[in-house]
Ligand binder design. Structure first.
Ligand code: 16Z
Length: 481
């Protein structure tokens, strides 16, 4: 999806934009290769407002998948579904009648939103994305536009409200996951092939707009919406509608953050429009994968959503295959932040409202690390320094401070640093020992070594580099080649 062509297109559009001097309804206006779009991107480059700056600084987030699928945990009558547990309704062995009436047993006796929020707070996450409605169509809030909601389960109480309130109280920003694709609504269509399809989908679009309006009105603390299930032809053919709806939602809720997965342009392009420009406030394509280099993110804001097991988001009784260790998760967090993104870790609570022990342990261990090291994660950005093998650099936004998050100490114990041009390292010290400067051994080409013990580490550690502007007096012999 994110090839070099798109990168070139981005540059091209940006150039056009700069020459055009002002931004009208469509972004780029000249040249044969650039299309005039009514429903393409309405902005080139990152958002510059305070809400988006907050989003950019989060560093670490939590995702929660919870719903009717959690009752099954990937199992039906002793047999295990091979796919992701939250997709079990689509299993050939699953009678729809069985799945669609299972909500009558959804009664999470041990659900305690305050405990969830406290666990997330302890872990150090600064935003949460919560499933209000997954593909099965079951609403965890009492929507007045369908009967298939929590209000008609034995539990009855509004779960979305409890989550929004409890997390907000802990100071964690709340984002609502919403699947457009809805297997329960008879008006949902994968494609629009007949007049009847189009008529049904018109009703579905109104239903979607109503539900989203309802969510924003009932949970005004919401900072953004995380859309899913927007990849089918029916939605791709509704570019104008998706654009109008996005603008309407933002009018209703100024500052609202919506990723690139929501809408399509009038040609059915998703994420990026026909001119290669991102549609949405951040790139939402980094799902279970992380960019390797800064060039890969094309100058966009982005976050990576990640599962602990290999795949699967909802509760799965039998967690087969590899599941990530806390150190792997910390490394992914550091990698994302070093490339200017956020890292969002998914949790799939059981149907009774409790978290499995593996998730509790990871949250606890990650939180213990964050308590000591979060300075290198929060409000940090890409440094522009050449990546080294020991780990990841992050830079405190607006400050002359670079963090080295060290994961791999070489057998020599020598950590190489090579600042960007015009930057010098003034001081280096362990984040845990600010008064005690580490010595920097100067090398050629503006590089230095910091020497540390080569063994004995159980977790990544952080070295702070205080930087200043300037360049080394160049008396070194450059190689003649
Ligand atoms: C491979 O096709 C997929 C994979 C995952 C289609 C949808 C998804 C859903 C998951 O159920 C989960 O909600 C994830 C965030 N989403 C993209």
């Amino acid at each position: 999806m994110m090839g070099i062509d798109r990168y070139r297109n981005n540059i091209k559009s940006l150039t056009h934009f700069l020459f055009a001097g002002c931004l009208l309804a469509s972004v780029s206006l000249s040249a044969q290769q650039t299309k005039v779009l009514q429903h393409g991107a309405h902005r080139v480059g990152k958002r510059t407002d305070a809400e988006m700056a907050t989003w950019r600084g989060y560093g670490l987030g939590q995702f929660i998948h919870w719903g009717v699928y959690s009752l099954f945990g990937g199992e039906l009558n002793g047999n295990y579904y091979n796919g992701a547990a939250e997709w079990i309704r689509s299993w050939k062995d699953m009678p729809h009648g069985v799945y669609d009436s299972a909500y009558k047993q959804f009664n999470p006796a041990s659900f305690n939103a305050t405990q969830w929020a406290k666990m997330a707070k302890q872990m150090g996450v600064r935003y949460v994305t919560f499933t209000t409605k997954h593909h099965d169509g079951f609403c965890l809030w009492p929507s007045k536009y369908t009967d298939y909601t929590i209000a008609n389960s034995p539990y009855k109480k509004d779960i979305v409200k409890q989550v929004v309130d409890a997390y907000s109280k802990e100071g964690i920003d709340v984002y609502l996951y919403f699947s457009v694709m809805d297997w329960h609504n008879p008006d949902w269509r994968y494609d629009l092939k007949t007049k009847e399809d189009s008529a049904a989908f018109e009703r579905f679009k109104l239903f979607t707009k109503n539900q989203l309006t309802e969510l924003l009105q009932q949970y005004p603390q919401t900072k953004g919406l995380w859309f899913d299930g927007t990849w089918d032809n029916s939605w791709k053919k509704s570019g104008a509608f998706t654009d109008t709806l996005e603008q309407y939602l933002k009018t209703l809720h100024p500052g609202l953050i919506i990723g690139s997965r929501f809408r399509a342009d009038e040609f059915g392009n998703r994420h990026v429009d026909a001119n290669g420009v991102l549609m949405g406030d951040y790139e939402q394509g980094w799902e279970r994968k992380i960019p390797k280099t800064y060039a890969d993110v094309h100058g966009n804001d982005w976050d990576c959503v990640m599962t602990i097991p290999e795949n699967g988001w909802g509760y799965q009784k039998k967690w087969l295959g590899h599941w990530k260790s806390t150190n792997e998760i910390l490394e992914m967090t550091a990698q994302c932040v070093s490339l200017g993104g956020n890292f969002v870790l998914n949790f799939g609570p059981r149907a009774d409202g409790t978290f499995r022990p593996e998730e509790v342990t990871i949250a606890k261990e990650a939180g213990d690390w964050m308590k000591i090291n979060s300075a290198a994660i929060y409000n940090c950005e890409y440094t522009g320094w050449e990546k080294q093998d020991w780990g990841y650099y992050t830079k405190k936004t607006g400050e002359n401070k670079v963090y080295m998050i060290v994961f791999n100490v070489p057998v020599s114990g020598s950590l190489k640093i090579k600042p960007a041009k015009n930057t010098l390292v003034d001081k280096a010290y362990l984040l845990t020992a600010p008064g005690k400067n580490l010595s920097l051994e100067k090398l050629d080409y503006g590089a230095s070594f910091i020497h540390v013990s080569s063994t004995g580490y159980k977790q990544p550690f952080v070295i702070v580099l205080e930087t200043k502007e300037g360049s080394e007096k160049s008396d070194e012999q450059k190689a003649k080649t």
